[in-house]
Write a protein that binds this ligand. Sequence first.
Ligand code: C5P
Length: 413
Amino acid sequence: MRIVLGVGGGIAAYKVASLLRLFTEAGHDVTVIPTEASTRFVGTATWEALSGNPVSNSVFDDVHQVNHVRLGHEADLIVIAPATADLLAKAATGQAGDLLTNTLLMARGPVLFAPAMHTEMWQHPATQANVETLRSRGSAVLEPASGRLTGADSGPGRLPEPDAIFDAAMALVDGQADFQLPLAGRIVTISAGGTREPLDPVRFLGNRSSGKQGVALAVAARNAGATVRLLAAHMDVPPPSGVEVVPVETALQLREAALAAAADSDVVIMSAAVADFRPAAVSDTKIKKRDDRDDPVITLVRNPDILHELVERRNSAAPGGRQQLIVGFAAETGDSDGDVLAHARAKLQRKGCDLLVVNHVGTDKVFGQDTNSVVILARSGSEPQEASGTKTEVSAAVISRIGHELNSVSPRA
Ligand code: C5P
């Protein structure tokens, strides 16, 4: 197979030497086209030596061969790694300033982008819009891996491992992979808002959850191609368009709706603030203030832990529990027993979910606000991932992580 390997100007270019090796060892004929910037990280001599083919990124070399036409037409596959924010932007807007971008415009076969950049650049709406454009035109854009980036930062933005890019490229050529959108074909159930536990026909015990985070998650999951069910407890914001809304009031109603929706969901995200307790008795009539009686005492009983139950049901349906991804949220404060992360890790263990999105809360933080700062903990033990910004940005990070988890595990039916 003839492969064009476009190398973008990012530090991850050094890992692409291993990818090139995988291609050549599998018997493919690879022409490397490095961008000008990428040659500051890895020189053309490396690409020439490893590929055994001449290397250039100029449309003015070997003009008689009209290289951009020839390479674009002849390539059975084009792989861009690392696909920098700049290259994604150039590809999305059809720029043609060098041999690589010209070749992309001439491509007849499949094109795979393997992005690598800092998390902020990846999550920037401009980059996300470019990715969406490329996917809508049929190119495959991998989700970047999560973890340590070049500096002290970590998060989504690492170049996927060469093996993963190689596998994705082969699957793409075989027509097996659907990289159009990371959650295409997935059913995602999301609970949002705060439950209300009635005391009588007019009163309830509630909480401060606004539903903004859950709604932002629903939008991000919808935009990632998922079929979204929003189990909406009390919310201060309207539900988004394009998602199925199941209104619920109490924790018991949410439990029923969540267990029913989970039956055919690929992902369940419990972002609702579920009341841990409910009044033991609900009065049919308004509880009256009476001077001739003692003040009423409200007895509370514990609500079921829906998240924990979802995990138990999932695990008993499929031993090992890998068929469905379950994500919990935790609003934590540190105390004398441990800091926020210590409490969150213990909660992850207790609940048994796959990912736990941890908020640090105070009365002025998180609830009702438009911004958020979270840490995503994984049961698999991979490094905690931080995400902060608007609830939209945090949701994009959570959904991107979910897409990565789903797509890096075996494909789900
Ligand atoms: O135990 P805690 O309430 O801190 O856990 C928070 C997580 O558990 C959230 O994902 C929340 O939606 C879920 N939860 C639940 N059922 C409860 C209480 C919390 O599913 N009764």
